[in-house]
Design a protein around this ligand. Sequence first.
Ligand code: NDP
Length: 399
Amino acid sequence: MGKALIIGCGGVASVAIHKCCQNPDVFEEICIASRTLSKCEALKEKLKDSKTKISTAQVNADNIDELVELINKFKPDVVMHLALPYQDLTIMEACLKTKTNYLDTANYEPLDTAKFEYKWQWAYKEKFEQAGITALLGSGFDPGVTGVFSAYALKHHFDEINQIDILDANAGDHGYPFATNFNPEINIREVTANGSYFENGKFIETEPMSIKRVYNFPQIGEKDIYLLHHEELESLAINIPGIKKMRFWMTFSQNYLNHLKVLENVGMTSIEPIEFEGKQIVPLQFLKAVLPDPASLGPRTKGKTNIGCIFQGIKDGKKKNYYLYNVCVHEECYAEVQSQAISYTTGVPAMIGAMMLITGKWNKPGVHNIEEFDPDPFMDELNRCGLPWHESFDPELVD
Ligand code: NDP
């Protein structure tokens, strides 16, 4: 039916590529393009028996001209940007120049400031509308499925949603004293930043990791959860009418936090370049180089993740609570696509988002966050493609 150009060949991209190949009727042809060509070729070789036709290319996604040349050559229906948030704008520019649909899983973040916001990407709204192409922002799990869950809850269960608590739990154990489950640089930038939550029309900033609760997760049990800022709060605050309060929570073990504190105290998480033996280096990028590669965690990680949203609102004049969540098992993900659950829970929704665009089920020229589309076909595909969802009408609430 269609062609997808996949940019990036890391943990998330690898899962998305496996999943595209499981759906050859939609993904007739894909091109895997990344900085390191050998990784793309190794994956192509691994998937050589797939019905999906696979080609590879080397590309520097910071370079618009290179991207335009590649898109013009391959002529995809959609560009799936699964590299890093720093490349969002160059890839969007290239899509605009070639009138090609765009999808990503993380919003733009300038390399020199750990501040992620949608304003840079939303600034492209009119240009994408005029070009008649769709940019689907945030098609991972969070952001991604959390936005689809919100749209689904609003469509089917509420007249008005007043509060959303997004809960992201990883009870997986990889056996290392310290490692991050996805790109360490992006992950550490996110968790060392100030927290924030939305209340009565504005965002309230908090010190990093200063708000903690304990939550008893279905299928996982009791975990410490910490309030973080997370990018989907910014778009949901606009797209969910009547919303009064929103918080994002993530589980961290005391061991992870102790390691992070020490690394922070000694300056290893800084993104300010320093002079080292006559060379400029960024401490956080050096740290990334010495930490375990997230891709290597797959075979070692055991246990489950549970990510979902608790909604509180009004239906037919009465108060209602509703919890939608997915539980994913690390070992099962590894057995299926040789990745742990963090990459899996992001790569599967990235593939489904591309599927929505290629099949035309989602077609809305402009730049849109995922909750702006009809959630139903996406929710069906989650059940079919390995991320089944569960619901509860009497969930424990976060106080
Ligand atoms: P990885 O670091 O594993 O992979 C990134 C890939 O991008 C690598 O293949 C890398 O190439 C490639 N790359 C980096 N810079 C360039 C460039 N300039 N040109 C071409 N290719 C480049 O990251 P992950 O797979 O863990 O994460 C991918 C994205 O998914 C990130 O944006 C992350 O924030 C997001 N994410 C979103 C989640 C969600 O739920 N929404 C959850 C987890 C992650 P090389 O191999 O040469 O290093």
